[in-house]
Design a protein around this ligand. Structure first.
Ligand code: NDP
Length: 324
């Protein structure tokens, strides 16, 4: 039988964790024929809740789930890990300055990066979901000098999926008709969902909607969808975030011709090298590749630059705080 793939999930007792773990255990993260071993990392006060979730996982009798371990020790949690989903993070609280937020997350993602560096399997792939995701991924990556930088990624797939769904609804087509969608930049309100390269029915999407809708409805709806869900549900999106994490890792491992992911920049499209920024990507042979050769017009340039500037500011701030 195949050796199980070890998947470590941090913040496992949280809302996203609850929506994520059952899908991983059922085979949706890696494939219906790949056995998995779950490792749940939590802070000490949430370990008991994680144990409760583990009991429910047991009660599903998932054929692919070969074991569950639960710990508050990062070295143990990442020992031999093949996939790490870093979900647990310090949320922004009212009145919190950006510096405080970055400091708190530096205290989480720095040590986790080091624990990954020291303990994970040689093929470790890391997806950061916890916000501020791009910069948390950068912090973790900077503490893992022995792991290839490209293995550290942050999630913009939920933004991507939101963009697919909004555009499909507007044009009244199934989501499967929308191709080549791209989210650029930071997973934040500055992100840029790009309809100038997206296609519907083989034609450029931007040409099938009016400019006012694109600028004043589409872009802000995608970028502010998280807040709209909190407003409607009274709680953050969780199942859709978990779904996007599943999509990201599945495509990374199994391949795709086009999606969005935040990966370390190689300088493509004027994004400074090393920033973990969202790009149009393909996945081939288990590696993300930035899709090259797209023409960027002035409208897109301005928006990509604004989001990338924010990432540069976050990087400068964590450098100043001594977090990287
Ligand atoms: P959630 O599971 O709802 O969210 C976890 C993180 O995901 C947050 O940082 C959240 O950011 C982020 N996120 C990214 N995209 C989305 C999205 N589209 N919608 C919602 N959230 C998104 O948080 P909970 O508070 O329920 O659970 C967090 C758990 O993490 C707790 O159990 C806590 O104990 C644990 N934790 C574990 C740590 C560890 O393992 N060392 C460290 C810190 C916390 P945002 O805040 O911006 O919504």
């Amino acid at each position: 039988a195949q050796t199980p793939v070890k998947v470590t999930v941090t913040g496992a007792a949280g809302q996203i964790g609850y929506a994520l773990l059952f899908r991983i255990a059922s085979g949706q993260l890696l494939g219906a024929d790949v056995p998995v071993k779950l490792s749940l990392l939590e802070i000490p006060q949430a370990v008991k809740a994680a144990e409760g979730t583990a009991m429910e996982l047991d009660d599903c009798a998932f054929p692919l789930l070969s074991g569950i371990e639960i710990t508050d020790d990062a070295d143990k949690a990442f020992d031999g890990a093949n996939v790490a989903l870093l979900v647990g993070a310090m949320p922004r609280k009212a009145g919190m300055e950006r510096g405080d937020l970055l400091q708190a997350n530096g205290g989480i993602f720095g040590p986790q990066g080091k624990a990954i560096n020291d303990n994970a399997a040689g093929d470790i792939r890391v997806l950061v979901v916890g916000n501020p995701a791009n910069t948390n991924a950068l912090i973790a990556q900077q503490h893992a000098p022995d792991v290839p930088a490209e293995r550290f990624t942050a999630m913009t797939r939920l933004d991507h999926n939101r963009a697919l769904s909004q555009l499909a609804a507007k044009l009244q087509v199934p989501v499967t008709e929308v191709k080549k969608m791209t989210i650029w930049g930071n997973h934040s309100a500055t992100q840029y969902p790009d309809l100038f390269h997206a296609e519907v029915g083989g034609k450029v999407a931007a040409e099938q909607v009016d400019e006012t809708w694109l600028r004043d409805t589409f872009i802000p709806t995608v970028a502010k969808r998280g807040a709209a869900i909190i407003e409607a549900r009274g709680a953050s999106s969780a199942a859709s975030a978990a779904n996007a994490a599943i999509d990201h890792v599945f495509d990374w491992v199994n391949g795709t011709e086009w999606t969005s992911a935040a990966i370390p920049s190689d300088g493509s499209y004027g994004v400074p090298e090393g920033l973990i920024s969202s790009f149009p990507v393909a996945s081939r042979n288990g590696k993300w590749e930035i899709i090259q050769g797209l023409e960027i017009d002035a409208f897109s340039r301005e928006r990509i630059d604004a989001s990338v500037r924010e990432l540069e500011e976050e990087r400068a701030a964590v450098r100043e705080l001594g977090l990287i």
